[in-house]
Design a protein around this ligand. Sequence first.
Ligand SMILES: [Zn+2]
Length: 169
Amino acid sequence: MIRLHFNRPGNRTGRQPSTWLLDAPIFTVCPNCGFTPPEALRYVGSRYGYVGSFTCSRCGARIGITDGDCRPPVRFTADVPGQPQVSFIYEDVYRLNWADLERAGAALRTSLISPGEKGYVDVEAALRALEAEIARLDLPHAPAPLPDGVTWVPLPLRAWLDALHTLGV
Ligand SMILES: [Zn+2]
């Protein structure tokens, strides 16, 4: 299951609507040697900013994973001299930010974000709707380019990126 939380603050607050991952697979990166393990990590937020850790299977560095107390970005820090870091806003890499969801909803002539100030987006249900629209339009599959520094994206999200790209979103 891939879930996203959204917050649509009232106009009076002056804050922008936002989305953030609640439960999703993330790719990980070793900031010491650049290795990206071939398996995803299930990200379900953090406890006071601590997400988890792993040992790089290529260089042996211990990598700590932190976030902004369940908010982006997710940061990888290698426990080696200099403490090299790399961080990602997965909502942007995965195109699950507010603007992309609004564009995807427009392509489907519906809204993927329910009314109300707060709630959740079921990304897999949204993906099924996009794929049904692609099938209806009989569009050829178009693989989406990935941002710089990203070598792979776990499968349901890879399909999401490709579906948006295929629909010209
Ligand atoms: Zn490494």
